[in-house]
Design a protein around this ligand. Structure first.
Ligand code: AMP
Length: 449
């Protein structure tokens, strides 16, 4: 869970990169960084904090040049060192390079062990640093061949942008697990970004998604990026991008995220048609449950109401290290609309249940505020397995659906009823025209090469 951006061929490259990162702030709030290339030198600024805090005018003035890459880092418990911010920069035999990465390399420990056994030293715990070493150690003459060689030893879900002093190399893994799109900037040059929501802010036109297994090369003297199919594609985009992670206005691999979420809500409503209960209103858990709740309300003709108000100034609850802190943060973040819900029966929708902290807290909060009944609906299937392909999930013991059945969870969160989408429902809601990465729901860890 991170955002990456590359800008090539625009004199305002670093500024545009910072704007794109700002649009993708939801993909990571812990740290941010940009490397620009100018006159044969790469400059990097990275720090902990939000894009708007790190990239003020002074910082952007330093980052000259017509190409830049950038990154937003998502916190994972424990790994919040500034050293783990990206881009990762290195000098090596062919000159200088800088790399940004979104995803997770599943063979990182084996590769690192081999590298350290051969004397390599590392500054960070990041899998991205492995790639730098593999590229630097390669004996090939051209950077593109070194990257290819390094990727042959790299297994996992990844989108990389490697920037040299004059070129950019963009690579998406053969499964296309994490999203990556290409756009043309109206004021000149190209943009590569994790999500298309970044294109609108920099005034860029969407061209196409980077293909699974494809490398794009941006180089001087070429009007268009060169495309090289590095690996045979086996497309399996991540379903969780549609469920939770991406911004609703992004088009991920040709599908509008908002519409897929609305479909998920409609499907929940259709599944409820023959169930015997009556509610007065559909209430989203803001913000992630809103599109699904709208879909549910439209399909069921039950009124949609903002029965829960979100305080936008509270940080993420999900990654707080202790259960007490997570409970407190949920309380600070979400408040009931007392006058609206008192004495009423509610159909509450959230996008997912992971540990069960949020849902339990919400049901209690609504009942304390006088709600008569709370029927909880989840716009995704039960999360039973941790994700190793780039979404931050806790270990399996913490996943409530690993430990409890649906009925037990319903009792645990004190809801009057609880329903999820089935895996089939989820696939159909996003679009049954392709396979998805669904490992959090079905445990199919398909990435093998
Ligand atoms: P939990 O309280 O652990 O059950 O987490 C569920 C809540 O966290 C839901 O409201 C989701 O919108 C949100 N959520 C789900 N997955 C993630 C994730 N990987 N990172 C941050 N938040 C998440």
């Amino acid at each position: 869970m991170c955002a990456i951006v590359g800008i090539y061929g625009n004199d305002n490259a670093a500024r545009l990169a910072s704007i794109a990162l700002f649009a993708m702030q939801h993909r990571g709030q812990e740290a941010t960084g940009i490397s620009s290339s100018n006159n044969g030198k790469i400059h990097t600024i990275k720090n902990r904090g939000l894009v708007s805090e790190v990239f003020d005018d002074d910082a952007l003035r330093v980052l000259k040049g017509n190409m830049a890459i950038g990154h937003n880092r998502y916190s994972t418990a424990g790994g919040d060192s500034i050293l783990d911010a990206q881009p990762v920069f290195a000098k090596y035999k062919l000159g200088e390079m800088s790399i940004v990465h979104n995803g997770n390399l599943i063979n990182k420990d084996e590769v690192r062990e081999e590298l350290t056994n051969n004397g390599a030293i590392f500054q960070t715990g990041m899998d991205t640093e492995n790639l730098i070493h593999l590229i630097a150690k390669s004996s090939k003459d051209r950077l593109r061949d070194r990257i290819k060689e390094a990727l042959n030893k790299t297994i996992g879900a990844y989108c990389f942008i490697v920037q040299s002093r004059s070129k950019q190399f963009v690579i998406r893994d053969r499964y296309g697990i994490r999203p990556l799109s290409l756009g043309k900037i109206k004021s000149g040059g190209y943009i590569i970004a994790s999500e298309t929501c970044a294109f609108d802010l920099v005034d860029a036109e969407f061209i196409r998604d980077v293909r699974p297994g494809e490398m794009l090369v941006f180089a001087e003297g070429h009007d268009e990026p060169e495309s090289i199919q590095l690996f045979e594609p086996e497309f399996r985009p991540c379903a969780f991008e549609y469920v939770y992670f991406a911004r609703p206005d992004s088009e991920i691999d040709g599908k509008n995220v908002y519409k897929t979420r609305e479909n998920m809500g409609r499907t929940l409503a259709k599944n409820d048609l023959n169930r015997d209960f009556k509610v007065d209103m559909v209430v989203p858990v803001p913000d992630s449950g809103v599109p699904a709740a709208l879909g549910y309300a439209e399909e069921s003709k039950i009124p949609f109401k903002y029965g829960i108000i979100r305080n936008h100034y509270v940080g993420r609850t999900f990654i707080e290290p202790t259960q007490e802190m997570r409970n407190l943060k949920v309380r600070m973040k979400l408040s009931p609309m007392n006058s609206l819900i008192k004495g009423k029966s509610l159909l509450v929708i959230d996008d997912s249940i992971v540990r069960g902290t949020t849902s339990k807290r919400i049901v209690k909060m609504l009942k304390d505020a006088g709600a008569k009944e709370v029927h909880f609906r989840v716009a995704s299937p039960e999360i039973k397995f941790p994700c190793y392909y780039g979404i931050d999930t806790p270990n399996q013991e913490e996943l409530i659906s690993h430990k409890m059945t649906k009925d037990e969870i319903c009792e645990y969160i004190q809801a009057d009823s609880l329903e999820y989408l089935s895996i089939e429902d989820l696939k159909n809601s996003i679009g049954a025209d392709r396979n998805y990465a669904l490992e959090s729901f079905d445990g199919d860890y398909f990435v093998t090469k």
